[in-house]
Design a protein around this ligand. Structure first.
Ligand SMILES: [Fe+2]
Length: 215
């Protein structure tokens, strides 16, 4: 069964996929291919979500971890500042229309972020799951979710779902179904349906309650 902390892994997977595509497009552009601006330009919204995510971790997850595993999170805060630097480098290279520098910046960003997320998934969140109580985990993830401004929530769903596979879609949908009040979830369900297009049927097959009137 999905627990709230599983939502974090889902976001990590979306970050990986998005930055991988952005980096591939930046490399192609540096090699002279045209028409990749829309893909490369995704880095702005990608980074906005990454920053909300990192702020949520620093405000909620890391302090909770500190009480059960002192001094672990400190190294991850340094990683986050490295992500900020990677973004700044990418942002200024892109603004200068320097395709080579942009491609170098996306590659560095991707490499650092992937190592960071791998460490979080296999080390930091392992400790978090093992040592922090389930209610405390839920509280921390709730604070993280609150970092996404309400008026950007729809945009975030439209970003997230096309970037993840069906297992992650199912996990995320089940978590929202579990933690959100019924009317709020009804709205989110429509956003999900819109964002996955014809793959909605697969999600309903996995979670039949999505199409039941009274749930
Ligand atoms: Fe992180």
């Amino acid at each position: 069964m999905a627990t709230p902390v599983d939502a974090i892994r889902v976001f990590h997977n979306a970050f990986r996929n998005d930055l991988e595509r952005i980096d591939a497009a930046a490399l192609n552009a540096a090699q002279g291919k045209k028409g990749l601006e829309t893909t490369i330009d995704r880095f702005r919204f990608f980074n906005e979500i990454l920053v909300w995510h990192a702020q949520g971790e620093e405000e909620a997850v890391f302090p909770a971890l500190e009480t059960v595993a002192p001094l672990v999170a400190e190294a991850y805060v340094k990683d986050h500042r490295g992500l900020d630097e990677a973004f700044d480098e990418l942002n200024s290279s892109y603004a200068a229309r320097d395709t080579l520098k942009t491609a170098r910046a996306t590659a560095a960003f991707r490499f650092h972020m992937n190592i960071h997320l791998l460490k979080e998934d296999t080390h930091l969140y392992r400790i978090f799951r093992e040592r922090v109580s389930l209610p405390e985990q839920g509280k921390a993830v709730g604070i993280m979710a609150g970092k996404i401004p309400k008026e950007r929530f729809a945009e975030m769903v439209g970003w997230l779902f096309p970037l993840i596979g069906n297992d992650d879609r199912e996990t995320m949908t089940r978590i929202w179904q579990m933690v959100m009040p019924v009317p709020a979830f009804a709205g989110v369900k429509e956003l999900i349906r819109k964002s996955v297009g014809s793959e909605w049927a697969e999600l309903v097959r996995r979670i039949p309650t999505l199409e039941r009137k009274t749930e």
